[in-house]
Design a protein around this ligand. Structure first.
Ligand code: GLY
Length: 327
């Protein structure tokens, strides 16, 4: 049976712009009709256009894997999004390097890291998954693979991003631990009408990072993990922290043990806080999203800056401020 969405693509409610009380945290049950959870798509930050692209596929009985790929391509192609794809802020050498991964309900997965000159690393990651016996290609090898598979090479450094980098060079202050404004990797999870779950994660990584630095986003288990019997999780923020606790895999395993997606996200964030201590963790922007195969969702972050976009059969794209440890 095909879901009948009741919203117009244009209408989207930014709950976060409503009263602070409503915003600070609403239980997920306030947004999801328990009888009508599928299909569902959820993405990190205010990514309503990405959800739109995913929803086009999901509402016509499409495959969750196609939905997350098409969703992730939206910020990748948007020059105004400075932490994903084209227009992403460069590393300290002024070079844009991209990371991405994708995973389906059967644990097929593909990943690319430290890729230069290709706007849509998520689609290269999918090609790695579907056309090679491998999971991950990096750097020059990933670029050769992209070229051989027809991806177009282009300059990804926009004038605006180049200017921002040149301004940054004046002080060259390297603050990998505190840049919430610059950290909006997209992680996107979808459950289709047939119960298939998939995820994608794509980023230009930390702004002005060391050349060669790779974060959590292309690391299966850190920035993204999907298990077709349990659910999926994805992450955004300071990637080193997600890698340290294998964050997305941890969340899926906690769900396997019976935690709700919300409880699992909270436990993963608490693990980061415990390892780093409150003083340091307060400076870390670490956030997780989770979706189980029943369509329940969870979200939790260290700081109170994280928001995410939810689309279900009963809802427009709702941008929801996540609950967080630090207020
Ligand atoms: N979460 C993205 C990164 O740290 O690169």
């Amino acid at each position: 049976m095909t879901a009948k969405p009741r919203h117009s693509r244009r209408s989207f409610i930014k709950l976060s712009s409503l009263s602070a009380g409503l915003l600070s945290f609403q239980p997920i049950s306030a947004f999801v009709d328990p009888e009508n959870k599928k299909p569902v798509v959820i993405s990190t930050w205010n990514n309503s256009r990405a959800n739109d692209a995913a929803w086009e596929i999901l509402q016509s009985n499409g495959y969750a894997l196609d939905a997350v790929e098409q969703g992730a391509r939206i910020p990748e192609g948007n020059p105004k999004d400075t932490s994903v794809g084209y227009g992403g802020l460069p590393d300290r050498e002024g070079i844009v390097t991209l990371d991405a991964c994708i995973m389906d309900e059967k644990s097929n997965c593909g990943s690319v890291a430290f890729v230069q000159g290709y706007k849509h690393p998520i689609s290269i990651a999918r090609a790695v998954m579907e056309k090679t016996p491998h999971v991950m290609l990096v750097g020059k090898g990933a670029e050769q693979f992209a070229q051989a598979n027809g991806f177009k090479k282009e300059n990804l450094l926009t004038k605006e991003s180049e200017k921002a980098w040149k301004d940054w060079l004046k002080k060259s202050e390297y603050k990998p631990y505190h840049d919430p404004g610059q950290h909006d990797t997209i992680g996107i999870l979808a459950l289709d009408i047939n119960g298939r779950i998939s995820g994608a994660c794509t980023t230009s990584g930390m702004a002005y990072k060391m050349h060669g630095r790779v974060g959590d986003s292309p690391i299966i288990g850190a920035g993204l993990y999907v298990d077709g019997e349990i659910g999926a999780a994805t992450a955004t923020g300071v990637g080193e922290e997600m890698i340290r606790i294998a964050g997305s895999h941890t969340i899926v395993e906690l769900m396997r043990q019976g935690r709700t997606p919300q409880q699992a996200c909270e436990e993963a964030v608490m693990r980061v806080i415990k390892k780093r201590g409150e003083t340091m963790a307060k400076e870390l922007n670490v956030a997780f999203l989770a979706l189980d195969i029943q369509g329940n969702i969870g979200a939790y972050s260290t700081t109170d800056t994280f928001e995410y976009t939810l689309t279900t059969p009963d809802h427009n794209h709702i941008v929801i401020r996540s609950a967080s440890y630090f207020k």
